[in-house]
Design a protein around this ligand. Structure first.
Ligand code: KG4
Ligand code: ZN
Length: 336
């Protein structure tokens, strides 16, 4: 029997389809970004996102099957997995409806995947042997969390943000500085030309537990930039990035010490950040901790992580009901 899962991801502004074998080997993975469509609005426009997913998704399914050497009419797959939440309702509905239709057409199970849980599975696709337990820092545009992953589907939430997600702060600071969208990769790039010590910005809650807060840092940066309009945007970006990354690294180190778990993994779009990756590498080398850094392309939204998570979900809990809805505010961990 086939061990291949076809995964579909449409929760936000990336349309993605992938085929993954045994939850770890990527046979094909295609991602179509909508950045150009949303850039002029400075952020994701939900209605435009849904329509763009609808236009391109079936082409991407064909492409992913073709690249994996599979037929479109009768593919050799075990199930179809799709992100059911969290995300934009219209965007989610496109992927979920497509996955259900394919499951009926091909007579294979449908598996509902939690997007946050899927991010944790990116590291399983990087060719490394993963051991449990491990501390995962999940940092994306909508979430900032520290999780103790004790096994498949066994999670302890150690901390999370009280307000803005870290990626959201990157995006909003970039927008205010007029750097463009999406802000995270641009701040990452612009910061390499700036002085990270030019301005001392706050490091919210850095000495306080495992929860986060990024709204105060975002506001401090925006206020400072408003009062100092002649300062080089690269210096502001680099100083902001330094504060945000210091908070992330300090909290992750605290989570490792408090749990006694010396394996750590980064996940989510902000895990593509150059400074975060280099600071985490240094921290783990200094302390003899094992670090798993998924390649950048697997940190940001993709369908390979959805297929990997779906494979494990099928093994552990079986297929999902075709009546499973799209759930925009789906939490973590959640029973879906
Ligand atoms: O995981 P993701 O692709 O989508 C969500 O689930 O939210 O994460 C997107 C977030 C955005 O806020 C984006 O600005 C941020 O990840 N991001 C980065 C970088 N690449 C993406 N933030 C900082 N540095 C980067 N290189
Ligand atoms: Zn994501």
């Amino acid at each position: 029997m086939s061990n291949t899962v076809l995964g579909i991801e449409t929760s936000c502004d990336e349309t993605a389809v992938a085929l993954v074998s045994s939850g770890e080997a990527i046979l094909s993975s295609v991602v179509s970004s909508q950045i150009d469509l949303h850039a002029k609005f400075g952020g994701v426009v939900p209605e435009i996102a849904s329509r763009a997913h609808l236009e391109i998704l079936s082409c991407l399914v064909d492409q992913a099957l073709g690249e994996a050497g599979q037929s479109v009419t009768n593919p050799d797959i075990e199930c179809v997995a799709a992100t059911v939440g969290p995300g934009l309702i219209g965007a989610l509905l496109v992927g979920v409806s497509c996955a259900k239709a394919l499951s009926l057409a091909w007579d294979v199970p449908f598996v509902a995947v939690n997007h946050l849980e899927a991010h944790l599975y990116a590291s399983f696709l990087a060719g490394e042997t993963m051991d449990f337990p491990m501390v995962v820092l999940l940092v994306s545009g909508g979430h900032t969390m520290l999780i103790n992953m004790k096994g498949h589907s066994q999670y302890e939430l150690l901390g999370q943000t009280h307000d803005d997600a870290c990626g959201e702060a990157f995006d909003k600071v970039a927008r205010y500085l007029g750097l463009g969208y999406p802000g995270g990769p641009i701040i990452d790039q612009v910061s390499s030309q700036g002085d990270p010590n030019a301005i001392i910005f706050p490091k919210p809650m850095i000495n306080d537990g495992l929860d986060f807060s990024f709204s105060g840092l975002k506001t401090a940066v925006i206020k400072w930039a408003g009062k100092n309009p002649t300062t080089d945007a690269a210096d502001i970006a680099a100083s902001f990035q330094k504060s945000a990354v210091q908070v992330l690294v300090t909290k992750t180190a605290r989570a490792i010490v408090e749990t006694g778990v010396d394996r750590v993994c980064l996940a989510g779009g902000v895990a593509a950040n150059s400074l975060l990756r280099s600071e985490m590498t240094k921290l783990c080398e200094d302390n003899g901790w094992n670090l798993f850094l998924p390649p950048r392309s697997l940190c940001t939204d993709n369908a390979a992580m959805v297929a990997a998570s779906g494979w494990w979900k099928l093994k552990l809990s079986g297929p999902s009901d075709l009546a499973t809805p799209a759930i925009p505010s789906l939490g973590f961990p959640a029973t879906i």
